[in-house]
Design a protein around this ligand. Sequence first.
Ligand code: A1D88
Ligand code: NDP
Length: 426
Amino acid sequence: MALDTNIAQYDAPEKDLYEIGEIPPMGYVPKQMYAWTIRKERHGNPNTAMLEEVVDVPTLDSHEVLVLVMAAGVNYNGVWAALGKPISPFDGHKQPFHIAGSDASGIVWAVGDKVKRWKVGDEVVIHCNQDDGDDEECNGGDPMYSPSQRIWGYETPDGSFAQFTNVQAQQLMPRPKHLTWEEAACYTLTLATAYRMLFGHEPHDLKPGQNVLVWGASGGLGSYAIQLINTAGANAIGVISDESKRDFVMDLGAKGVLNRKDFNCWGQMPTVNTPEYAAWFKEARKFGAAIWEITGKGVNVDMVFEHPGEATFPVSTFVCKKGGMVVICAGTSGFNLTFDVRYMWMHQKRLQGSHFAHLKQASAANKLMVERRLDPCMSEVFTWADLPDAHMKMMANEHKPGNMSVLVQSPKTGLRTLEDALDAKK
Ligand SMILES: C/C=C/C(=O)SCCNC(=O)CCNC(=O)[C@H](O)C(C)(C)COP(=O)(O)OP(=O)(O)OC[C@H]1O[C@@H](n2cnc3c(N)ncnc32)[C@H](O)[C@@H]1OP(=O)(O)O
Ligand SMILES: NC(=O)C1=CN([C@@H]2O[C@H](COP(=O)(O)OP(=O)(O)OC[C@H]3O[C@@H](n4cnc5c(N)ncnc54)[C@H](OP(=O)(O)O)[C@@H]3O)[C@@H](O)[C@H]2O)C=CC1
């Protein structure tokens, strides 16, 4: 494949292995690379499960693209992969090691024979949905329902915590040029997931003027949910656990913010018609009434944006309006969800599972970022060496509001182009 004449010209030696931050000649693929790997016998906290190793650079299939990773995003699925809970990624892909990382910004470094839409030198972000592309759901249905659907860097062994990653060509999207490499790396996974949750489940796709309760409003998913809700002309009611996060969520455009520490109705629901249930119900009503303070008396939310799971689900199903939807993509606090089914059937509420997004949804979300209608809300940038520590912070819920990134081949923060990265190394 001919190189684009517009891409940077520079001198660099051809070697078998480059140091972190050292850029090889454009399109030159070394034999080996540095990567943070997890091995089955090391499952546990990220700071012991993840180890830096030198491994072979992956080889490309005809529909794949090799990307030089400039920065990688930190997500909760890196924590799950390290822990090996609730499942071990090795039970799925059966490879000897797992490179986590399901978000990245980078530069196309090599393309397979069949790749038409991308060329060496293109600057991209990567979405994390892969599929084989050959079944009915991928061709007229919803690729997220495909039997071959898998999450790159979680269910595949070759994620972004490495100098190079190979991905399907359909995973690439143009990088917002106004963002730094690390800002561009931090948002795609959580943003596209939030987009599908809010707009992907007709007829409950979000409409202007509607009200949405957003759990974890300062977190990765939550910070984009608030902004997307705002962009759609709807009202977000955000939940936080610490007053230090209130201004952050209000500044993103929330109509109101509730602190979950002010209420005591969390965890599994007590058995109906016991004194414990009565106490729980009193608190759940107090929480519902606090929402009415924001939405108007008696106005329940049209949608609940759920992901904590066990801790919040009984309340989510209670405060949702008649005919409304609780949309859920995770169970961070536990998987054993309980609720009072009478409210579900008598008030005809919909419970909707949601998982990541297909390319069309991820692209629509990315376009909003390219058009500067969304803030990436990057909270913190880590060096390559501190990648496991970023995951330790996330696991302890001690991370700052927003989304975290790690520098890979970008040698320092604040750089926006390959030329910037080359200059920074001089
Ligand atoms: C973008 C980022 C996303 C995220 O971060 S998401 C958060 C991180 N991700 C996770 O936590 C993933 C969690 N995933 C899981 O825990 C598992 O992924 C599931 C529990 C969802 C499913 O597990 P599985 O092993 O894939 O389930 P099965 O393939 O559906 O079936 C297990 C066994 O049950 C049999 N079976 C399935 N359905 C039926 C049925 N309807 N009737 C009878 N048997 C059934 C199968 O055949 C199989 O059996 P056999 O083990 O012998 O092969
Ligand atoms: N299925 C999918 O496609 C996807 C699933 N996920 C999953 O979603 C979950 C959240 O991801 P992400 O937003 O990136 O994570 P973050 O840690 O960035 O945000 C989660 C927020 O949830 C809140 N939270 C934590 N524990 C509880 C609790 N017990 N009760 C109520 N709220 C709680 C916290 O806010 P506060 O303490 O202020 O309330 C926290 O900020 C993870 O489990 C992740 O794996 C993420 C993306 C895609």
